[in-house]
Design a protein around this ligand. Sequence first.
Ligand code: NAI
Length: 461
Amino acid sequence: MTDYIIKDIALAEYGRKELDIAETEMPGLMALRAEYGAAKPLAGARIVGSLHMTIQTAVLIETLVDLGADVRWASCNIYSTQDHAAAAIAKAGVPVFAIKGQSLEEHWDYLDRSFQFPEGPNLILDDGGDATLYVLLGARAEAGEDVIAVPQSDEETVIKAQIRKRMEQSPGWFTRMRDQIVGVSEETTTGVHRLYDLMKNGQLPFPAINVNDSVTKSKFDNKYGCKESLVDGIRRATDVMMAGKVAVVCGYGDVGKGSAASLQGAGARVKVTEVDPICALQAAMDGFEVVTLEDVADSADIFITTTGNRDVIRLEHMRAMKDMAIVGNIGHFDNEIQVASLRNHKWTNIKDQVDMIEMPSGNRIILLSQGRLLNLGNATGHPSFVMSASFTNQVLAQIELWTKADEYKPGVYILPKHLDEKVARLHLEKVGAKLSSLSPEQAAYIGVTPEGPFKSDHYRY
Ligand code: NAI
């Protein structure tokens, strides 16, 4: 029986070739296979994965399997799947449910399917928190709480319908799933915000590892990853000449810093909007003009949101934009741009994930990936090397949760610094970096040991 939903299994061979190449660029994951492949620390683990089904994720999945885990996978975004990657994984025998361009209804159905191990999963590997949300919201609904009654958005309507369907098919299912999950590891800033909210409200029933805030994740993937993949997405979507254009980056956190650098590297004149005075000052001292969106809406050529916040580019901004302005988002969810408010405008589809929308003034805007993260919707996301650092943290987090479940109470944790440093160390050789070492006297002088950790927890990098 085929236990997968993918675009086309015939793409598996192409996927496998790209996987072979990606492995050569993912030294952290390959080192974990060499270190732990024989010991199988994840034996008995049944991991439900909800994370962009790309070539790099395929290498992550095969690493988890190599370490002994059973895995089922769904993508965490309707546009981010690479169909050849999904095919290669399906062909290798891992149940995967992901198609580039799947509908929202399919998206939540596929997430549900990724939970359907015969005995249910015991670990979640999440990106953005949808898998965690699904179980916890469903369990609250089963407990009689009025949480699925009134949807606030189109997507909520779909999620709540999916929860209702599962409750009818398998009474008590969500509660059973919640009770057997021993932990979750979370990939991204937005998912981490959700976890801290759950913890604050006393609604997090299991331990969670915040992978995003490993230094070797957010200071690399969010920054250097976006530096490569943002412009890649805009180019594949539009082929627009970037040099000389005025680009506005909304938000100057880790993703904003990488995105501004990406556009600057392509020759664009970059402006930044921020609400946080520290990040605004960083942007100014990195050489970017800090502006308000209102002041530049009618003059800039390219607008990119990177905030993880809602309603950042609103209808009034889009109405002010000049003809053929490009609008896109690289943050996790599509609510950064008020796409819903454009639905009653005239849309012309140019190609997959590129739409032209006519404003009442007659000016048109080019909207990328309907406001969903454009580096994965219009291109192929970050390069393998930087994802190796992120996913090495993911695998270490899964091992930690599975092998030390008793040591963690419900709460949100960050991997210890020695593991963070280990992840970086595993990536040095590939870039030809030679590390210096501390003499015992030097180590004592700065208050560390020669083997590390080399920084205190409050150091900010
Ligand atoms: P962050 O918290 O470091 O940065 C967000 C910045 O936006 C903050 O500095 C904040 O002050 C600013 N901001 C918030 N509201 C604003 C507003 N209304 N106007 C202007 N600035 C505003 O978060 P990070 O790590 O940069 O992540 C941003 C988003 O990108 C999250 O949703 C995250 O999940 C996602 N992400 C996407 C990736 C991708 O490949 N597409 C990779 C990594 C993260």
